[in-house]
Design a protein around this ligand. Structure first.
Ligand code: ADP
Ligand code: GLC
Length: 493
């Protein structure tokens, strides 16, 4: 058993890591959390695929071979590339067939049909790496469905190995809507014995569900906000897995993500045209003017600019946002700038708004990290009407840039934004706007209420911006909570 102050050895497994490959917030966390844990004195190795698109990073790193057996008949030869990048100790698992292709999860349209076996190699390869290098982890920290087989392999395939005798596994849920469902013929190739294909483990209505199995076999589970953790046990918020979350509720925790203020602060951000530390000192206004010119919006300093940076996915509430924007844009003088990529149908609707409102609406379809910083800095308000939101990082970034978030009261959004109450009486603590019902009408009403405050109560708006910019969601605090959780896992049987 580990004593309370002995540094821990943590093997963190994730399918994306910021600075290597990123499609969403998982990548931000898979960089910031291990970096912070390492700063706190722990020994952390992050295992992720050696994707072909980042070959220039890893091709010169040594490549000892790694042999992975998912079941007793199969054998896959991979290579493990170990190297450091900005303070992160990385092991990248290389396999041209699985990870050399252009996409991360899909071919641009459809998920790769062999995703279960691709990511199973990540899970088992990570454990095999520990065996080959005699690196004994205290904690195996798996993230989302792509890493969810790790706790299973640890418990069922490697149970008797002395190297993992003391190891405990944590499965973190960044997004439980993605579950790694697959036809049941994958059972045998993945090395999952038929005895585990029942509704209490991997079976989900006749299909294989990797996340579900991972939830069964991990020693502890956590969601990326307390709000999301409490929603997961409900039929409405459990993404179809509520019974298993309820079953494991004693081991289900909520730890709010942090924000990497080294990257996301208007005081130091090198990617924005003017840095600022106060919302009214000119820098923010400059950023707004700059973005209006860049995106072809009318250069009007007093017209409120609402912004959004998002994956275009059902989760993010575009089915509410698009009709609400048609209504609001028709009779309010307001500008909108949206940066997003993903669902083509959603993009088509946003292009239509763009054409219709020309100088007042800008939709940039694509993924652009530098532009996302300029948008955060330029906006007056950030729209995030998610249907569900495990944590959400953009509303946290927005707070720091004095760009007031307007969010739906759900998951991590509820945990991070203090809404202005209906009597407008909490000006000293309010940091944004919030609505409850997942309807376009409720969102539209809240946008109109917000615009009224912007126009009629500039002092209140400014005080909310100041409150927002003072909020701090430091990674140190979140990492310390992870360490307490790890230690409690190690001290229980
Ligand atoms: P999610 O992980 O569900 O997509 P988060 O708010 O947790 O949502 O994190 C999203 C991350 O991805 C943020 O860092 C955000 O800036 C970034 N992001 C999302 N879409 C884009 C885009 N089109 N261009 C640049 N960055 C984006
Ligand atoms: C997921 C969630 C998002 C969360 C992120 C990082 O992609 O959708 O809410 O912030 O992971 O944990």
């Amino acid at each position: 058993m580990a004593s309370t102050d002995h540094p821990l050895r943590i093997l963190l497994i994730a399918s994306e890591v910021e600075g290597l490959v990123k499609t969403g917030g998982l990548a931000d966390v898979a960089r910031a959390l291990p970096e912070t844990l390492a700063r706190l004195g722990h020994e952390v190795i992050v295992v992720t695929p050696a994707y072909g698109r980042i070959k220039s990073l890893w091709q010169s790193w040594p490549a000892p071979p790694l042999c992975v057996h998912l079941n007793s008949f199969s054998e896959t030869w991979m290579a493990s590339r170990r190297g450091r990048q900005h303070g992160l100790d990385l092991v990248l698992l290389e396999h041209e067939g699985f990870f050399g292709r252009a996409g991360i999860y899909d071919d641009g349209e459809y998920p790769y049909s062999d995703n279960p076996v691709r990511f199973a190699h990540l899970c088992k390869g990570a454990l095999q790496w520990c065996i080959d290098h005699q690196w004994q982890p205290d904690i195996v920290h798996a993230n989302d469905w792509q890493a969810a087989l790790t706790p299973f392999y640890l418990k069922e395939h490697y149970r008797k190995l002395p190297i993992f005798e003391r190891t405990r596994s944590l499965l973190t849920l960044h997004n439980a809507a993605y579950q790694g469902q697959a036809p049941s013929h994958w059972l045998q190739p993945l090395g999952i014995h038929d005895q585990f294909f029942h509704p209490g483990a991997f079976e989900d209505n006749g299909q294989l569900n990797l996340l579900k199995g991972g939830l069964r076999f991990s020693d502890a589970i956590n969601a990326v906000s307390p709000g999301y953790a409490s929603e997961l046990v409900t039929d409405l918020g459990g993404h179809g897995l509520a019974p298993i979350f309820r079953d494991r509720s004693k081991d289900l925790h909520g730890i709010l993500n942090g924000c990497d203020y080294g990257q996301w602060s208007p005081v130091t951000d090198p990617l924005i045209p003017a840095q600022y530390s106060k919302p009214d000192e000119g820098g923010k206004a400059n950023c707004k003017k700059h973005l209006q010119l860049e995106l072809g919006l009318a250069p009007e300093p007093d017209t409120p600019l609402m912004v959004c940076i998002s994956r275009l996915a059902d989760q993010k509430g575009f089915q509410l946002l698009i009709p609400a924007l048609w209504e609001v844009m028709r009779d309010e003088n307001v500008q909108v700038a949206i940066l997003g990529s993903g669902d083509r149908n959603t993009a088509a609707h946003l292009h239509r708004l763009n054409q219709h409102f020309d100088k007042r609406f800008a939709f940039v379809e694509g993924y652009d990290m530098a532009l996302s910083h300029r948008i955060e800095a330029a906006g007056d308000a950030f729209l995030m009407p998610s249907i569900f939101e495990p944590c959400g990082l953009n509303q946290i970034y927005s707070l720091c840039y004095g760009t007031l978030p307007l969010v739906r009261a759900v998951g991590g959004l509820k945990d991070t934004v203090v809404p202005l109450n209906t009597q407008l009486r909490n000006s000293r603590s309010a940091t944004g706007f919030m609505f409850e019902e997942p309807t376009a009408e409720a969102l539209e009403a809240e946008i109109r209420r917000m615009l009224k405050v912007y126009r009629e109560k500039p002092a209140l708006w400014l005080s909310m911006q100041r409150n927002a910019m003072k909020q701090r969601f430091e990674w140190e605090g979140a990492a310390e909570q992870y360490v307490s959780l790890y230690r409690s896992m190690l001290s229980s049987d």
